[in-house]
Design a protein. Structure first.
Length: 437
């Protein structure tokens, strides 16, 4: 975790003290249920909860010192709690194994992280929707292969982004449900030394669902799906960030990141206003996606359990969620403050002398009776003259002067095919699909 790209609420989930507090709750809830079942004295859980009610500080350094001797983190924690609670603490961890604590804790952390990320997505969706509605009919050029294609609106560009992030949210909701899984099943997952009702009780207390069959660990296909979902969200962030970066290029300059008073763009060139935030988002997206392959490789563990996944998850759990949280917040701010230049959009739209209307002329010629290939050649030979003139010539005027074209279409019919508004007749329908009526 790099503090520069971290926000407090998400970072807090992964702090050692927060992790140990979840460990205690798992152990105490399990001891509570074991007491109700008569496996251990009910005084065991009472002693644990009485101590917990004092809101004790978790001495991370003391636990670390014990672990330096035991070389086992869960045992170190149990020993430290026993030192605080006294003899009744011996009833903790009855019939449990370390993975019961570690895997269930990771599930709690990832579920809590998901809740923050879902709130982030809601904020981003709200910002995109507001700007999309603002520019619903702002004309701009659509590009394919980076080349002028046909007119669209800036609102439609943003509507596409909204739909994509809405899908991201749906995926994350599903991934959260899949990852929020509890395992309190003991060594190799057979419940030989602990009743399944203990797992069900702990799961209920922590807002989780019991894994149907957990071996000694929760199967890592669940985690792989979770981190893959984060990777997809990161890619969607990058897609929108790259669009902004392209639009901010000097030759385009249809939109740009907000440049605040006193901000500097370059240490050498005082005129620079660079898309540094969206460039940063591209880099952050790469880092989130870097967690996906290790998560996939964690799925194949030996038999009922090994710990090859453990070190990996100590990295990717905090790093991927903290980084994605920051990236979503940054993208929301970029969209919220994005400076849009409709006049420049119109200027770029007009730059190529009407070439963006070539398809309508092609279709009109075919409807007037020409073979498609013949119609294509007629339009293309005039369009290439405009292209090679860098927009100094005008496609409509060239077509009006071409006798083969005017033999099929009158000047008035040709002019009708250069109506910009024609391209926007389905904008309302698309917005209804995306945002609802």
């Amino acid at each position: 975790m790099v503090p520069r790209y971290a926000r407090p609420a998400m970072t807090a989930i992964w702090e050692p003290e927060a992790r140990y507090r979840i460990w205690f709750e798992i152990e105490a809830h399990a001891t509570q249920k074991l007491g109700e079942l008569g496996v251990v004295p009910e005084s065991g859980a009472k002693a644990l909860w009485d101590w917990w009610k004092t809101d004790p500080a978790i001495d991370v350094a003391a636990i670390d010192a014990i672990e330096a001797v035991t070389k086992h983190d869960v045992i170190a924690f149990l020993d430290w709690v026993a030192q605080q609670v006294g003899p009744e603490a011996r009833f903790m961890h009855q019939g449990m194994t370390s993975s019961d604590v570690l895997d269930t804790t990771l599930a709690v952390q990832l579920a809590r992280a998901s809740d923050i990320l879902l709130a982030d997505l809601d904020a981003l969706l709200a910002a995109i929707k507001r700007r999309a509605e603002e520019h619903k009919y702002t004309p701009t050029i659509g590009r394919s292969h980076g080349i002028h294609a046909e007119p669209t609106t800036f609102g439609l560009k943003l509507a596409q982004a909204y739909a994509e992030f809405a899908r991201c949210k749906t995926r994350l909701v599903a991934a959260r449900k899949e990852i929020a899984t509890c395992a309190i099943s003991g060594a190799v997952g057979t419940f030989a030394n602990i009743d399944p009702s203990v797992e069900a009780y702990v799961a209920e207390q922590l807002g989780l669902e019991p894994d149907p069959v957990s071996t000694q660990v929760i199967p890592r296909d669940r985690h792989a799906m979770f981190f893959a979902t984060l990777g997809v969200i990161a890619s969607s962030i990058e897609r929108l960030a790259v669009e902004v970066r392209h639009l901010q290029r000097t030759e385009v300059l249809e939109a740009e990141e907000y440049f605040s008073p006193g901000q500097k763009g370059s240490s050498a060139m005082p005129h620079k206003r660079n898309p540094v935030l969206t460039e940063n988002l591209t880099g952050l997206a790469r880092m989130v996606r870097s967690a996906v392959v290790p998560a996939l490789e964690n799925v194949a563990l030996w038999h009922e359990r090994d710990i090859s996944h453990s070190s990996v998850e100590r990295f990717i759990g905090p790093d991927a969620t903290i980084t994605l949280d920051f990236a979503l917040g940054r993208l929301t701010s970029v969209i919220d403050k994005l400076v849009v230049y409709p006049e420049r959009m119109q200027k770029n739209l007009d730059r190529m002398g009407g070439l963006v209307h070539s398809q309508r002329v092609l279709l009109a010629l075919t409807q007037a009776g020409l073979e498609r290939d013949a119609a294509y050649r007629l339009v293309q030979r005039n369009a290439m003259k405009v292209w090679e003139s860098d927009g100094q010539l005008n496609l409509l005027e060239l077509l009006k002067a071409d006798p083969e074209v005017t033999a099929a279409l009158s000047p008035q019919q040709l002019e009708e095919k250069f109506d910009l508004g024609y391209h926007f007749k389905a904008v309302d329908a698309i917005f209804d699909r995306v945002f609802g009526k």
